[in-house]
Design a binder for this molecule. Structure first.
Ligand SMILES: *[C@@H]1O[C@H](CO)[C@@H](O)[C@H](O)[C@H]1NC(C)=O
Ligand SMILES: *[C@@H]1O[C@H](CO)[C@@H](O)[C@H](O)[C@H]1NC(C)=O
Ligand SMILES: *[C@@H]1O[C@H](CO)[C@@H](O)[C@H](O)[C@H]1NC(C)=O
Ligand SMILES: *[C@@H]1O[C@H](CO)[C@@H](O)[C@H](O)[C@H]1NC(C)=O
Ligand SMILES: *[C@@H]1O[C@H](CO)[C@@H](O)[C@H](O)[C@H]1NC(C)=O
Ligand SMILES: *[C@@H]1O[C@H](CO)[C@@H](O)[C@H](O)[C@H]1NC(C)=O
Ligand SMILES: *[C@@H]1O[C@H](CO)[C@@H](O)[C@H](O)[C@H]1NC(C)=O
Length: 456
C-alpha cells in the first residue's frame, strides 16, 4: 500500500497549515511546525529517503531551537523527568500534561457560575499513572499508538508480508493500543514549549514488532482566540498528532485517550445529566463479545436505537437497550462510531464537529472537531469505583458544598477517541487503508482535533 503525495489527505492540510502559519501572530509555535512541514514536504517531494539519524537530529534538536520562547538551550533535555507537570494556559483554559504517555492530566474550564472545574479524569500525583499502568491500565489521558484500539489476532499484512505483534489483551487473543508497551507507557521528549503549547516527541524504532521506524510529534495547545472557526473565542484545546513512517510501510493510527466528566464528579455518574450528540454517526463498527471488529458495519438503529446519538440524548436514556453492545455481559457503549462527512461540500478529512456534549449540572459544554474518520466512545462501563477521584476535584466539590462522587464509578465518565475505523488494516473491504497505512515516500499521518468549551 503506497501513498502518493497528490492523492493523500495530508497535502492540502499541509498547504492550509503553511498558509495559516504565515498570517498568525503566534508565530513561534507555528514557525516550528512550518519548519517541520517544509522539511518533510521538500524531502518527500524529492523522493528523498531520509536517514533516520539525520531526520531525528533535525526533528529533535532543530525544533526547540525554533521555539522562540523556549528558555533553555537548543538541545532537548533527554533526562527530563517523565512525571514533570507542564502547565499551558490561555484565557479561561488551563491544561496540565506529563511526558509519560504524552498525557493530559487536568483541564480547567469555567462552569456556568464562572467557577473553574477540572473536567479531565485522572490523578493529581503523576506517579500514579505508572501504578495505573501496572494495575487497572485505564490509559487515562494518554496518547495511544502506534495503532489504537484492537488488532484482531495481533497480526496484519503489509505489502504481502504478515507481521505479528504482541497480543496484549484477552489472554493473548488480540492487541490493544499498540502492544505490551504502547505509546501510553513511553516517556516522550519535550521538544517545544511555550506558555500556551507543548510538543512531545517519540521516536519509535520498530517497537513492539511493528514494521520500521516512526516518529511522532504530539502537539497540544490552548487558546481563546476569535477565529472564523471559533467566532465566540471560546476556550479550546487543540491536539495534533503528526506521525511519519521513516523506513518502512506501516500501519499508523494514533489517538488521544482522554476520559471526560463535564459534571466534574458532582454526580454519581454521567447518565442523567450529560447530553451527548454524535451528529455525523449513523453507523458503527460491529464487534464480537470481546470487542474485536467482526467485519460488520451496524446502523445506529440496531440495539433498539441505543446507539443513535445523531440528534443527541442523555447518555443514560437508552443505555439499558445497550446490553451486549460493549461486549459479552456488558451494558453500555464502547464502540467505534463512523464519521460520515458531507463530501459534497468538503474533503473527506475536513475538520468537522463530530461530537457535542453538555452537563446540566455544571452547564459546561464541549464540542469536538476532528479530521478523523471515526470516534470511539466508551461510557466507562468497566470502571468499578475502585479509583478515587482526584483530591483536587474532591476538594473543589467539598468547598462548593456538593457531595458528589468519591470514586470513578461505573458510567462515571466518557472517553472520546477520535481515530480511524478500528482494525481497518484487517478489513481492507472497508476502503480505509489509505488512512491507516503509511510509507516513507508519502505524507505524514495527522490526527487533528479541537475540544472547544462553553456553557449552557
Ligand atoms: C471567561 O470566563 C468568564 C466566566 O465564565 C466569563 O465571564 C468571561 O467572559 C470569559 N472570558 C472570555 C474572554 O471569554
Ligand atoms: C494469527 O496469529 C498467528 C501467530 O500468532 C499466525 O500464525 C496466524 O496466521 C494468524 N491468523 C490469522 C488468521 O491471521
Ligand atoms: C484468562 O486466563 C485466566 C487463567 O487461565 C482465566 O482465569 C481468565 O478467565 C481468562 N480471561 C479471559 C478473558 O479469557
Ligand atoms: C518511563 O519512565 C518510568 C519512570 O522512570 C519508568 O518506570 C518506565 O519504565 C519508563 N517507560 C519506558 C517504556 O521505558
Ligand atoms: C456472563 O454472565 C453469565 C451470568 O452471570 C455467566 O454465567 C457467564 O460466565 C458470563 N460470561 C462471561 C464471558 O463473563
Ligand atoms: C451536503 O452539502 C450540500 C452543499 O452544502 C447540501 O446541499 C446538501 O444538502 C448536504 N447534504 C446533507 C445530507 O446534509
Ligand atoms: C445540551 O445541548 C443540547 C443540544 O444542543 C440541548 O438540547 C440541551 O438543552 C443542552 N442541555 C442543557 C442543560 O442546556
Amino acid at each position: 500500500m503506497f501513498h502518493s503525495f497528490t492523492s493523500h489527505q495530508g497535502f492540502p492540510q499541509l498547504l492550509g497549515y503553511v498558509r495559516s502559519s504565515l498570517c498568525s501572530a503566534r508565530i513561534a509555535i507555528r514557525l516550528l511546525w512550518l519548519y517541520c512541514f517544509i522539511f518533510l514536504a521538500v524531502a518527500t517531494l524529492l523522493g528523498v529517503r531520509m536517514h533516520l539519524t539525520s531526520y531525528l537530529s533535525a526533528a529533535l534538536y532543530g525544533l526547540p531551537t525554533l521555539a522562540l520562547d523556549t528558555t533553555t538551550s537548543s538541545a532537548p533535555d533527554l533526562s527530563v523527568d517523565p512525571f514533570k507537570i507542564y502547565t499551558i494556559t490561555a484565557e479561561n483554559i488551563t491544561a496540565k500534561l506529563i511526558p509519560y504517555g504524552a498525557r493530559l492530566t487536568s483541564l480547567l474550564v469555567p462552569d456556568r457560575e464562572g467557577n473553574e472545574q477540572d473536567v479531565a479524569v485522572g490523578y493529581d500525583d503523576p506517579k500514579d499513572y505508572l501504578k495505573d499502568t501496572q494495575t487497572d491500565h485505564t490509559f487515562f489521558g494518554a496518547v495511544v499508538g502506534r495503532y489504537a484500539n484492537r488488532i484482531k489476532n495481533g497480526t496484519f499484512v503489509v505489502e504481502g508480508e504478515q507481521y505479528e505483534i504482541p497480543k496484549s489483551e484477552n489472554n493473548g487473543t488480540d492487541t490493544l493500543h499498540g502492544g505490551n508497551v504502547g505509546y501510553d507507557q513511553r516517556n516522550w521528549t519535550v521538544t517545544a514549549q511555550s506558555s500556551s503549547s507543548i510538543t512531545f516527541t517519540l521516536s519509535d524504532c520498530g517497537l513492539e514488532n511493528f514494521p520500521g521506524d516512526v516518529i511522532t510529534h504530539a502537539m497540544f495547545s490552548v487558546d481563546s482566540d476569535v477565529t472564523p472557526e471559533n467566532p465566540k473565542g471560546l476556550p479550546q484545546l487543540t491536539t495534533k498528532l503528526v506521525s511519519l513512517a521513516l523506513t518502512e510501510t506501516t500501519p499508523i493510527m494514533m489517538s488521544n485517550h482522554i476520559y471526560w466528566n463535564l459534571n466534574a464528579f458532582k454526580e454519581t455518574n454521567v447518565l442523567k445529566d450529560t447530553f451527548l450528540q454524535l451528529p455525523l454517526s449513523k453507523r458503527l463498527v460491529g464487534t464480537d463479545g470481546i470487542l474485536i471488529p467482526d467485519g460488520t458495519i451496524l446502523g445506529v438503529d440496531s440495539y433498539k436505537g441505543a446507539a443513535d446519538f445523531t440528534k443527541g440524548k442523555l447518555v443514560g436514556k437508552d443505555i439499558e437497550s445497550a446490553a451486549g453492545l460493549c461486549g459479552t455481559n456488558c451494558t453500555g457503549y464502547d464502540n467505534c462510531f463512523i464519521v460520515d462527512r458531507n463530501t459534497s461540500c468538503g474533503a473527506n478529512n475536513a475538520m468537522v464537529p463530530i461530537l457535542r456534549m453538555n452537563s446540566s449540572t455544571t452547564g459546561i459544554s464541549l464540542e469536538v472537531t476532528s479530521n478523523q474518520q471515526a470516534v470511539q466512545i466508551y461510557s466507562c462501563n468497566g470502571q468499578k469505583g475502585n479509583i478515587p477521584i482526584k483530591p483536587s476535584q474532591a476538594k473543589r466539590n467539598k468547598e462548593e458544598g456538593i457531595e458528589g462522587a468519591k470514586n470513578i464509578n461505573k458510567y462515571g465518565c466518557i472517553v472520546i477517541e477520535p481515530e480511524g475505523w478500528i482494525d481497518g488494516i484487517n478489513n481492507p473491504k472497508w476502503g480505509q487503508l489509505s488512512d491507516q497505512i503509511y510509507s516513507p515516500a508519502g505524507a505524514p499521518a495527522v490526527n487533528w482535533a479541537t475540544y472547544k468549551f462553553g456553557t449552557v
